[in-house]
Design a protein around this ligand. Sequence first.
Ligand SMILES: [Fe+2]
Length: 431
Amino acid sequence: MDKYEYFSGLPEVGIVPRAPHAGPLLRHVFEQEHGRGGFAGKVSHTYHLYPPTNWLPDETRVLDAFAPDWESPLRPIGGVHHALGVAPAEPARDVYRGMARIVANAGSAMNVTAPRAPMDYFFEHHSASMVFFVHEGRGTLETTFGPIEYRPGDFLIVPKGVTHRFEPAAGPQYFWMYESFAGDPEKSESPTTGRFLTHSASDYRFPRTLDTRNEAGRFEIVSKVERAYTRRVHPTHPFDVIGWRGDYLPYKFAVEDVRPLVADRSHVPPSGHTIFKLPGCYLCVFTVRSVEKEGMWLPFFHRNLDYLETLGYHFGEYFNAGGVVTRGMVTLHPVGLPHGPKPRALQTFLDGVNPGVHNEVAIMADFANPTQVSEYALGLSRRDYMGAWGAYTTDERFTYRPDRLAEARALGERLADARDALRPPDDEGRA
Ligand SMILES: [Fe+2]
């Protein structure tokens, strides 16, 4: 026994050998490596009661039409904004059989699922690491590395290849799921604001409780590689792990642990709220935060020339949703098409009103061009969304006036040197 306690340079739980591939324990348990980048990237090792290759060879089947909406055909998107209605929970399907693609590019994708049935199998995604956002529902995500309890507002990160199963509690479940094909989601950090904005790695919750199963039976695992779904069957429970070590792990992260960047005098652009970077996508959280005191507190009109923008509405008043978008809906703003404040929001700003707090939580994921939309998503698209900006053609504040140019020129001259009110006193002490 050492005089002092130490922690290992890699996270570890349960019974593990002194180092990977080394020591006498390996003659008694079965080590499995889970790693990225060939054999040189991030890695974890699990220690099993039984070999992970103990499948029943005659039981392996290719599954046709396992998750048809996940493979919904893709087509180019542009020129029209879309607001997608809430995905239906009927017919009742489980998390993956009911998974539906919304948009995708070469590196990443957004999906939605509204499961109503339990999973009677385990799942492994062999083509992507997954980031779930739990919009609705509670339950347990069971994994090789241990169980993770979830509730609304949690992100669940399931790295590529990790065996898992959702055990939902009673009640509706509704998830958005972001796939990262080419690499793992990475924590976003700006070189000028450091490691703790907009969240800290210490906010991540990795499983630490092993729920080891020494069970015999018939355990089905469905794996996905691109469009190929395959079922294999093992005679022992896949969660027969007595210990693990490494940093390639599933984890959860609560949206309330996002501590957003705010600015009194300027509008923080959407990318200032990025929490994860995926290949070809950045994922942001707009959360409850104080409203800018001066300057533009609304989104400015913009056209995103290299990204399609998706926005999932989780909670709140959605000051800029124009009364069109409600909880659970997703908007798609395609590459190049102008958008920005809805008329009612802009009227509020022009009237000098400041609401004080943005009382909302929404998840934005911007996908690099070329990004395509699924036929499934187009089936949820509401016809009235382009009309959400309609007051710009009817409200007299925004429509043609013969004296408009002269008015703007006069204002321009008068306001050219106007400054913020938030400023230090000058040499004579005047504020
Ligand atoms: Fe935008």
